[in-house]
Design a protein around this ligand. Structure first.
Ligand code: ZN
Length: 80
C-alpha cells in the first residue's frame, strides 16, 4: 500500500484520502511550482492512485475535487 506523504513536495497545497481508493490520496498542487501544465490553471489536483490530473483556477473547486475526484475516470468506475 502506498503511504507516501506529499506534504514536503514543491507546490504542495493539501491532500486527503481518496474516498474511492483506500490507502491512496488526492493531492492539490500549485501547478506552476510543481512544473505541471494544466492548461494554464493555477491549481492541479492529482489522483495518486491513477496519476490523473485536473486543473482549476479556484481553490474551493480544487478542494471539491480532492474530496470527490470525479475527474478521474478510473475512480468513477470503482463506484459504478
Ligand atoms: Zn483515480
Amino acid at each position: 500500500m502506498n503511504r507516501k506523504q506529499h506534504s514536503g513536495e514543491v507546490g504542495y497545497v493539501a491532500e486527503r484520502m481518496n474516498p474511492f481508493m483506500p490507502g491512496k490520496k488526492v493531492v492539490i498542487y500549485i501547478a506552476e511550482e510543481q512544473g505541471m501544465d494544466v492548461d494554464g490553471c493555477k491549481y492541479a489536483v492529482v489522483c495518486d492512485a491513477h496519476s490523473t490530473i485536473v486543473g482549476t483556477m479556484s481553490l474551493p473547486d480544487a478542494r471539491g475535487f480532492m474530496k470527490y475526484p470525479e475527474f478521474c475516470e478510473t475512480c468513477m468506475k470503482e463506484i459504478s
